[in-house]
Design a protein around this ligand. Structure first.
Ligand code: ADP
Ligand code: ASP
Ligand code: MG
Length: 378
């Protein structure tokens, strides 16, 4: 059987006509690159605005009942630049009229944001000569907002098995009532992973603007080396902890199916990038695979002499968090101290309730909250 590769291109890889030409050259260079998952056009230069963010702003105006036509025209202008830059005879006029109508009807923030991928998918499908498959017809959410994996996998597989090639826009799917819902930001990575799993791809290539997952954040450290090989587990940890090169939820579908992920650079396609593989595969020889970090953390510090011998101390502390419906990131401890690290945002407004609850459950000698901290993961 012929190999099947799923290729996802991020926003900066598709930010303008020149970038889309690079992506198309990569796709056409290998006939096994059959299924393409595009993001919305991203930044063309560092203080440019992503189409997704333009759509959020535009829809905000619509929701407030304000005139959003200039904001929508600016978005249309970005696509028109792309279409003319690609030398295509193609128009999105009908789509933009429909979007304007739907904005007036308050079709929702998610619907608005999803149009970035939808429209880019239409352009890229036409440019490549591949069929377009609307993600709202193949990716499904549950009533509670989580993914409906079974239905998604079944419908995606049925739909794509009949197609030699396809373009499936990233980032969104449909709610049970048919309205559009998006993943969280950066979610096109998740779409690519779902497509790869559904069609039993041999590999999921994730094309971005860096030559793989780097040992640390290139926005903080100059020119870090790419990680050659990393396990799904390590990458999920780094992704969750701030290595935003791949959406943390994109790991699960491919890991379940044992499909390797290759993170590649659209601007330097010859670089080997990073291979993400299962736990069992051969691994890199460095002791430290990578470093990532996340700001916006608070710590509840609890001190009590001889807490180490008090059975159930930790459980009682965590019960207090549970009661306020707060999850924690990390819980380092010493012999007479315990610290619970919590995202400041998750703790907001609940500080007093949690502290009071911990006090009444474990009677600490001292308890206080420290904020403005970061977590570093090695
Ligand atoms: P895309 O639009 O292609 O999905 P993203 O912006 O989501 O790309 O992710 C790539 C960016 O992630 C890089 O440009 C880089 O700034 C950032 N990044 C943060 N940490 C890392 C890391 N450890 N390795 C690579 N990129 C990282
Ligand atoms: N365009 C969306 C975002 O900016 C999704 C993505 O790029 O993956 O978050
Ligand atoms: Mg991304």
């Amino acid at each position: 059987a012929r190999m099947k590769k799923v290729v996802k291109f991020g926003g900066s890889s598709l930010a303008d006509a020149k970038q889309i030409q690079k992506a198309a050259a990569i796709i056409k260079a290998d006939p096994e690159r059959r299924y393409v998952v595009p993001s919305a056009p991203g930044k063309r230069f560092s203080d440019d605005i992503k189409v997704t963010d333009m759509l959020y702003t535009c829809y905000d105006l619509a929701e407030q009942g304000l005139d959003f036509s200039d904001a929508l025209d600016a978005i249309q202008a970005r696509y028109n630049d792309i279409i003319s830059g690609l030398g295509m005879d193609f128009s999105l006029q009908a789509e933009f009229s429909e979007i304007a109508e739907n904005f007036k009807k308050r079709a929702g923030k998610d619907y608005a944001a999803s149009r970035g991928e939808y429209l880019n998918g239409k352009v890229i499908a036409a440019y490549l000569g591949f069929p377009f498959v609307d993600a709202a017809e193949v990716i499904f959410f549950q009533p509670d907002g989580s993914l409906n994996d079974e239905k998604t996998e079944k419908v995606l597989r049925e739909r794509l098995s009949g197609l030699e090639n396809a373009v499936i826009p990233g980032f969104y799917g449909a709610n049970p009532d048919g309205t559009v819902r998006t993943f969280s930001r950066g979610g096109s990575d998740v779409t690519g992973s779902l497509v790869a799993k559904a069609i039993h791809a041999d590999i999921y290539e994730n094309w971005t603007d860096v030559s793989g997952c780097l040992i640390c954040d290139p926005r903080i450290v100059n020119n870090p080396e790419p990680i050659k090989t990393i396990t799904y587990r390590e990458l999920r940890e780094l992704a969750y902890m701030g290595a935003t090169v791949l959406h943390e939820d994109a790991i699960f579908p491919v890991r379940a199916a044992g499909i390797p992920v290759n993170i590649k650079n659209t601007n330097q396609p010859e670089d080997r990038g990073t291979m993400i593989v299962s736990e069992s595969a051969e691994h890199c020889d460095h002791i430290i695979t990578g470093i990532a970090g996340k700001k916006g953390m608070s710590v509840i510090n609890i001190e009590k002499d001889k807490m180490n011998s008090e059975i159930g101390f930790g459980k009682n502390v965590l019960r207090a968090l549970e009661k306020s419906n707060v999850s924690f990131e990390h819980m380092p401890s010493g012999v007479d101290t315990m610290s619970v690290v919590i995202a400041t945002e998750a703790l907001a407004g609940k500080e007093t309730a949690i502290i009071d609850e911990i006090k009444s459950r474990v009677h600490p000698d001292q308890i206080y909250i420290e904020s403005n901290l970061a977590l570093i993961a090695v």
